[in-house]
Design a protein around this ligand. Structure first.
Ligand code: PLP
Length: 356
């Protein structure tokens, strides 16, 4: 029986996407070939890449606005390096918001390229909130932020309005809510939460920000080369890109980002209401910064841990334990998680209250 998978990633996809991608492994488009063995230069796969790139921009409302979408390999972690390589000048500087472990990993990589200014950090409070009220230096080559902090369950609700390029790691909340995406110049997101299997990263770039930093960039790390090659500079991760396309098609048919945002808000409200209502639990993130993708919470009394763990496992739930740096529980309720699965968890929380 399929589990209610609360994993933070790799995470669940919709049943429809699992079904279609599994079929494509056996026989892609009735070609007699598996998606795993077709040439990435074949007409059928070129069409997949073109549609995936176009649909990503369409869903973000960025079509015809000077943006390009790429499906690269190397994970979001490689973008921690590619962003500074492509945007930071020799002897230049970049500004970073330190809102979590992944933001901090991005900062560590940027330091190899130049001065890295941390405009604000919530590290001292174990990243339980999004820092606010900071100033970004106007002479920085770009500002980098993380829209959703997967480990700590916090999410940026507002972004600073700046005259310098804004780079945003949206790995764990891409396509989950409506934003004015034109406020970002580079958006990147690993596929393995809201799109498809690990192995590809969506990178959305406003083309005009490239080619200005005067660096010699190795080809595989050069966004402009990937754009010129239409995201086929080398063999792309064919299966993750195809599966991501299936997810984007599903989302488009559902009504796009606005439609999924409504469902995501309902799921998040259902779970947060129970955390706030049930005297056995408490949330870990500042209420105003709560994520609608990763819901982090603790038991007020650790004595109930064994009982609770046994109960959610018996309810066919998996992937609920929190990250070791927060402890407790983390329910990742990405786009593909149905509200019925969230109700199963809420029912277990209620049943624990009744049992103890
Ligand atoms: N950024 C965020 C917000 C993440 O949640 C993760 C992974 O969970 C990463 C970056 C790293 O992604 P990858 O493993 O694709 O390099």
């Amino acid at each position: 029986m399929k589990k209610h998978n609360y994993s933070a990633g790799p995470s669940i996809l919709t049943p429809e996407v699992f079904e279609k991608s599994a079929q494509a492994i056996l026989d892609f488009n009735n070609s007699g070939l598996s998606i795993l063995e077709i040439s990435h230069r074949s007409k059928d796969f070129v069409a997949v890449m073109e549609e995936a790139r176009a649909l990503a921009l369409d869903l973000l409302g960025l079509t015809g606005k000077g943006y390009q979408a790429l499906f690269l390999a190397g994970g979001a972690s490689l973008e921690f390096i590619m962003a500074p390589y492509n945007l930071m000048k020799e002897g230049g500087k970049a500004a970073y918001l330190d809102s979590g472990t992944w933001a901090s990993a991005a900062i560590k990589e940027a330091k190899a390229f130049g001065e890295t200014v941390i405009v604000a950090s919530s590290k001292e409070q174990n990243y339980n909130h999004i820092p606010k009220g900071y100033t970004v230096p106007e002479d920085a080559d770009y500002f980098h932020c993380t829209s959703n902090n997967t480990i700590f369950g916090t999410q940026m609700k507002e972004f600073p309005k700046l005259n310098i390029p804004v780079v945003c790691d949206m790995s764990s909340d891409i396509f989950s809510r409506v934003l004015d995406f034109t406020q970002f110049d580079i958006i990147y997101a690993g596929a393995q939460k809201n799109m498809g299997p690990a192995g590809t990263t969506l990178v959305v770039i406003k083309e005009e920000v490239l080619g200005k930093n005067g660096r010699v960039i190795p080809s595989m790390l050069d966004y402009a080369k990937h754009i010129k090659a239409e995201s086929m500079y080398n063999t792309p991760p064919v299966f993750p890109v195809y599966t991501s396309l299936l997810t984007l098609q599903w989302l488009k048919n559902l009504g796009g980002v606005a439609a999924i945002e409504k469902i995501n808000n309902e799921k998040a409200a259902l779970l947060y209401n129970e955390i706030d209502r049930n005297p056995l639990f408490r949330g870990t993130a500042a209420v105003e910064d709560r994520s609608n993708m990763n819901v982090t919470f603790l038991l007020n009394d650790e004595a109930h841990k064994d009982t609770f763990d046994a109960m959610w496992k018996a309810a066919n739930i998996s992937g609920l334990p929190g990250h070791r740096s927060v402890g407790g529980y983390r329910a990742s309720i990405y786009n593909a998680m149905p509200i019925e699965s969230v109700q199963v968890l809420v029912d277990v929380m209620k049943a624990l209250e009744a049992a103890v």
